[in-house]
Design a protein around this ligand. Structure first.
Ligand code: ATP
Ligand code: MG
Length: 150
């Protein structure tokens, strides 16, 4: 299932993230793609809020993955520095865990991410608005996407 929305302000991005966190389900995967500075970490911070995580979420660029406890655990990945290296760092177990895995730069994680997931692609427009493209693969992600967008 594919959907697209346009977002004009930072506060709309935050609202979207909170909604995603509120409806997120256990053992799920959300991948965030889009250029540098598109807003992937910004969205993740709000997803954390929606999951009732009180700690501030920071970009995990140097650690690849950070874990936060909330209504569900958040596994926040930023694979940018992996650059596609196929080293077994034990991420598969985390992705497959009972929390919510939010993965920035999923294209650098190699083939360990299951196809069934919600992918959110953020495209910055010339006027600084964002096109947010959602692709939900699998019934549970289609249901999640319906809730997020209603
Ligand atoms: N509508 C918007 N949604 C998200 N971010 C916005 C928006 N408008 C402006 N911004 C700004 O754009 C920047 C997005 O940075 P952010 O770190 O979230 O991007 P990123 O996609 O995670 O980048 P990177 O690829 O480096 O990890 C922030 O400074 C944020 O304040
Ligand atoms: Mg980021």
């Amino acid at each position: 299932m594919k959907k697209q929305i346009t977002i004009n302000t930072l506060s709309e991005t935050k609202k979207l993230g909170i909604k995603i966190g509120k409806y997120a389900i256990e053992n799920s995967i959300i991948t965030l793609s889009g250029d540098l500075g598109a807003g992937k970490t910004t969205l993740t911070k709000s997803i954390a809020k929606g999951l009732n995580i009180e700690k501030t979420v920071n970009s995990p660029t140097f650690t690849i993955c950070k874990i936060y406890k909330g209504r569900l655990s958040l596994y926040h990945f930023d694979a940018y520095r992996l650059e596609g290296s196929n080293e077994d760092l034990g991420f598969e177990e985390m992705i497959d865990g009972d929390g919510v895995a939010v993965i920035e730069w999923p294209q650098f994680m190699g083939d360990i991410i299951p196809n069934e997931r919600l992918n959110i692609n953020i495209v910055i427009n010339d006027n600084d608005s964002r096109n947010i493209e959602f692709i939900a693969i699998g019934l549970k992600y289609e249901e999640l996407l319906e809730k997020i967008l209603c």
